[in-house]
Design a protein around this ligand. Structure first.
Ligand SMILES: O=C(O)C(=O)C[C@]1(C(=O)O)C=C[C@@H](O)C=C1
Length: 352
């Protein structure tokens, strides 16, 4: 076939796709109307997962599982937007890693609201300014994000999904001569993730200025010939700040896990994870006896992190399964006074 012939065939298929997309959106629109009369949540991650699993199982064509995810997740985001446009608050500013995580879940069409603090994201979702919030929970090199744990404790919202993204940092500066740089802007956590790079380039002796976000670091470095920023490449690009080195993090498998929070609970999907906050009295052995109940029921614990909130020790615990699963429900009921169930949601990642 010639290029022209191939393109004519592609055009025909695109016409059919357009027709089929519109037919699908007619049905989605009806689902939206139905949900709006009953007040049922628009976003149903477990249903989306079931659709993806079904399609991947029957797929015999050239599309990989990653390609199926990419195409259909964007389509789900468009569907949800059509059913009811709902805002997404995230830990900003624009071009932050949290923004990237939010876009990977909610697509290009959603209304995004950058918020200056993690607590602010929880506040806006609680007030209803945004239906969803996206916040970081842990990074493979710097660990748990305390502000998120404290906010999960303080606010009455549910975790409804998780997203894991690879975190790569760039070194960006207007200066063409590294030796002339006298200050580096970044987020405190990001400085910690690029120690070896800075050591190798002799950048440890100059001033390191921590700012609220890596995106802000790029903005500031743009105003000063002798400054540099450690930031995601997207933040450098939107500020027109030249990138001199990419992937400068010590651990190139650096990943951050984010949580999506909202005001509803998911139904079981068959492959879920549940997060809890556990506050035990300080008697010796109380944690062991709590964990024994999980062990006895063969529930797979995937995370236990202790954390101090207002001087009190609490545990952030995660396990595989849904809070309403038969073998899980009785344990949660037995310990109801000590735990806060933060949510059950489709498992997307093992650990970061
Ligand atoms: O099945 C639903 O509940 C829908 O709203 C439809 C649909 C879809 O596009 O298939 C859209 C949004 C939900 O998150 C899940 C699925």
């Amino acid at each position: 076939m010639t290029l022209d012939e191939l393109r004519q065939n592609i055009d025909k298929i695109d016409d059919t796709l357009l027709e089929l997309y519109n037919q699908r959106m007619d049905l989605v629109h009806k689902v939206g109307e139905l949900k709006n009369t009953t007040g049922a949540p628009i976003y149903r991650p477990e249903r989306e997962q079931a659709i993806l699993n079904r399609l991947k199982a029957k797929n015999k064509g050239r599309l990989t599982n990653v390609a199926i995810d990419a195409l259909f997740l964007e389509m789900f985001a468009v569907s949800r937007n059509l059913e009811l446009p709902e805002g997404v608050a995230y830990l900003g500013p624009e071009a932050s890693f949290t923004h990237q995580a939010a876009e990977s879940k909610f697509g290009a069409m959603s209304a995004y609201l950058p918020i200056g603090s993690i607590q602010g994201v929880f506040r806006e979702v609680t007030k209803g300014t945004a239906k969803f919030g996206v916040v970081p929970i842990e990074n493979s090199s710097s660990g748990i994000v305390s502000d998120t744990i404290s906010s999960l404790d303080e606010y009455d919202l549910k975790i409804i999904a998780e997203v894991v993204i690879d975190v790569h940092l760039s070194f960006a500066t207007l200066s063409e001569d590294i030796k002339k740089i006298d200050k580096i802007y970044s987020k405190d956590i990001a400085f910690g993730q690029c120690r070896l790079f800075m050591e190798d380039l002799g950048l440890n002796e100059i001033e390191h200025i921590p700012v609220e976000s890596t995106a802000k670091a790029a903005k500031l470095a743009m105003k000063d010939e002798n400054a540099a920023a450690i930031c995601p490449s997207v933040a450098a690009k939107i500020n027109n700040l030249p990138i001199r080195f990419e992937n400068i993090e010590d651990d190139t498998s650096n990943r951050t896990r984010f949580l999506v929070i909202s005001n509803f609970e998911n139904l079981p999907s068959g492959d879920d994870k549940t997060s809890l906050l556990v506050k035990l009295d300080n008697t010796p052995g109380s944690l062991v006896s709590f964990l024994n109940d999980f062990e006895k029921s063969k529930i797979n614990l995937t995370k236990i992190k202790s954390h101090i909130v207002e001087g009190k020790s609490i545990f952030f615990i995660e396990f595989l399964g849904h809070k309403d699963d038969e073998k899980i429900k009785p344990i949660l009921e037995k310990h109801a006074d000590e735990i806060k169930v933060l949510g059950s949601y489709v498992r997307e990642a093992d650990d970061v």
